[in-house]
Every structure is written in structure tokens, then in C-alpha cells.
Write a protein that binds this ligand. Structure first.
Ligand code: UFG
Length: 324
């Protein structure tokens, strides 16, 4: 079993992965600034620190780790349009510091949280890994730049690197103990659950997209399925494989209306909605071709949209939901 440093392990996907890694028998230390993460999401050791704080990172990595799972990042597309420099500072600058410190301490295995946002408006759907990188937001740019840096650093620093490109991370731990709490919340599923719980309407961003019902189609992948993919990618590199890049999605698209309908069915509450204009920069359809992850990692998403929503609803109702 490996000794793992998990940056961003107090955040949404990171915390679920950190727990899965612990349950798989790994020895886990979480490094998180708590800028977006939550202390109570970490059950083991938490070192509070910022990626850009080299001495802090140095002190942790000096303890010796077999691998780093790197989740820490700013992750809102809309916010990245307002603050591109801040996004590059954390997502790219922070990763550069991490790579330098890993090199200094001889840590050579990295799993990086990437995103389908690196493909921008893809020329074909479903999206495979061979599509060109053409991000349309500063957020997507930061992830594409890091992937490029990693491609160069991998041979130069003698590293093994895996980039996992998530589609729409969704759902929560099945026991309702971990899930997403963003401030402000911008994601469809938590906002629609809020609408179901409160009766207050939410806005549908665009009903005239070139999709079957006119609303955007996305591929919602359960966060516990994402955790499983990370452990598979990690094990493969620890066994000597150089790594790679894989799309992680269910290969099934759901429209905004379909998500709302499923929420109504699962919760038994109506999701009141206002029909609004399209949100800037929203591609109409993003659905993964995840066949390569299956072929190479033996990974496929095992939880469907209904399970995503049932677990997200369990989390929404837990006393920990919405705590800063
Ligand atoms: N939507 C609404 N109303 C809302 C919020 C969202 O109609 O109030 C729609 C959006 O237009 C979109 C869909 O619901 O079509 C999903 O929106 P989210 O904000 O939940 O997720 P995105 O697809 O915009 O973003 C996700 C990740 C990003 C990642 C991006 C890739 O959150 O990190 O996918 O495009 F970069």
C-alpha cells in the first residue's frame, strides 16, 4: 500500500477520493488551503496549506510520498472569466510549485484532475481523448496548460503522470456523509435540489440549443465512480505503467429538463423553473466516449443519473450540507 499526498483532499471530488484511498488501505495525508474545501470532509490527517506556499509544500513532501493525487484548484468556469489571472496563479502556478517540490523530494507519480473543458466546443460528440485541446474559458485554459506542462515534465523529470478528464462530477457519497458545498453554488444538480426542497424557482439556461429538447446535454458522472478511476490509475502507475490521459464519463447524456424530471421523481417534489437565455460559453452537448478508460483501466461508471441524484439528495438533506 502506498503513501499518498492528496492536494485538495478537503474539496468535493478530493475528499471522496481520499476516503476511497484510505479504505483501499493507502496511507493518506491531505494538503488543502480550505479556500474551497471543508475541514470536516477530512477524516485522517489534514495539513492546511496553500499550493503556492513552497516552504509549506516542501515540509510536507519531505516526509516522503509514493504518489500525489492533485485535486487542488479553482474550478468555476464563470468565476474564471472574472479572474483569469487568479485562476492561472492557483491552477498553473500552484501546480508548478508542486512539480518542483515533488522533483526535489524524488516523488515521481502524479494523478492530475483534468476536465472535459479542455476540449471547448468539440467538433464531435461523444468526446474521445484524441480531440484537439481548444478550451473556451480561462478555467479550461489552466487545465489544458497544466496537461501540456505535465506532458513535458513527464520525461524530463522521469515521472509517471495520469490526467483524468472529468465530465460533470455529480452525486455524493452513498451514505450521505460527503458531497459538494460550493459558495456560491452554480451547478445544476444542487441548485435543482434546492428548488425541489424550497419550492423557489431556478433558471434554465437556454431552451433553444441544438439538442433534442432544446436544453444543454451533459454527462453526469458519480463522484464515487471518479474515485474508483483514480485508484485504478494510481495502482497502474505504482505497478510501473507510465500513465496517460482518460475521459471519465458515463457515455450517457442528460438534458437540463431530464435532470429536473429525475429530481422530481426521486424527491417527490416539483422543481419550479424559469426559462432564461443561454449562459455564455455553454457548449450544447458534452458526452464522454469513455471506452478508452474501460479498455486501459478496466473502469466504467457503474452509477446512473438516478443514483447520482438519490445520493446528492441524501447529501442535501444531511446536517453537514451547506456548512462552510
Ligand atoms: N444550468 C442551468 N441552470 C443553472 C445552472 C446550470 O440551466 O442554474 C445548466 C447549464 O447551462 C449546463 C448544465 O445545467 O448546461 C450543467 O451546468 P453546471 O454549471 O452544473 O456544469 P457545467 O457543465 O457548466 O460545468 C461542468 C463543471 C466544470 C467543467 C465543465 C465542462 O462544473 O468544472 O463542466 O464544460 F469545466
Amino acid at each position: 500500500m502506498a503513501k499518498l499526498l492528496i492536494t485538495g483532499g478537503a474539496g468535493y471530488v478530493g475528499a471522496v477520493c481520499a476516503r476511497a484511498a484510505r479504505q483501499a488501505g493507502h496511507d493518506v495525508v491531505v494538503f488543502d488551503s480550505l479556500a474551497g474545501g471543508h475541514r470536516e470532509a477530512v477524516s485522517g490527517e489534514l495539513v492546511v496549506g496553500d499550493l503556492r506556499d513552497r516552504p509549506a509544500l516542501d515540509a510536507v513532501l519531505a516526509r516522503g510520498f509514493d504518489a500525489v493525487l492533485h485535486f487542488a484548484a479553482r474550478m468555476s468556469v464563470g468565476e474564471s472569466n472574472e479572474d483569469p489571472v487568479g485562476y492561472f496563479d492557483v491552477n498553473v502556478g500552484g501546480t508548478l510549485t508542486l512539480l518542483e517540490v515533488m522533483r526535489a523530494h524524488g516523488c515521481k507519480v502524479l494523478v492530475f484532475s483534468s476536465t472535459c473543458a479542455i476540449y471547448g466546443r468539440p467538433a464531435r460528440v461523444p468526446l474521445d481523448e484524441d480531440l484537439p485541446h481548444a478550451p473556451i474559458s480561462p478555467y479550461g485554459e489552466t487545465k489544458a496548460v497544466v496537461e501540456r506542462i505535465l506532458a513535458l515534465a513527464r520525461p524530463a523529470n522521469d515521472m509517471r503522470v495520469t490526467c483524468l478528464r472529468y465530465f460533470n462530477a455529480a452525486g455524493a457519497a452513498s451514505d450521505g456523509s460527503l458531497g459538494e458545498s460550493h459558495f456560491p453554488e452554480t451547478h445544476l444538480i444542487p441548485l435543482a435540489l434546492e428548488a425541489a426542497a424550497t419550492g423557489r424557482p431556478m433558471t434554465v439556461f437556454g431552451t433553444e440549443h441544438p439538442t433534442p429538447d432544446g436544453t444543454c446535454v451533459r454527462d453526469y458522472v458519480h463522484v464515487e465512480d471518479l474515485a474508483d478511476a483514480h485508484l485504478r490509475a494510481l495502482d497502474r502507475m505504482l505497478a510501473g505503467h507510465p500513465g496517460g490521459a482518460w475521459n471519465l464519463g458515463t457515455a450517457h447524456g442528460a438534458s437540463v429538463f431530464e435532470v429536473m424530471d429525475t429530481i422530481e421523481r426521486v424527491t417527490g417534489h416539483r422543481v419550479a423553473r424559469t426559462l432564461g437565455p443561454a449562459r455564455d460559453g455553454d457548449p450544447p452537448m458534452l458526452v464522454a466516449n469513455a471506452s478508452r478508460a474501460y479498455a486501459d483501466l478496466g473502469w466504467r461508471a457503474t452509477r446512473n443519473l438516478e443514483t447520482v441524484i438519490r445520493d446528492a439528495w441524501g447529501w442535501y438533506q444531511s446536517p453537514r450540507y451547506g456548512k462552510r
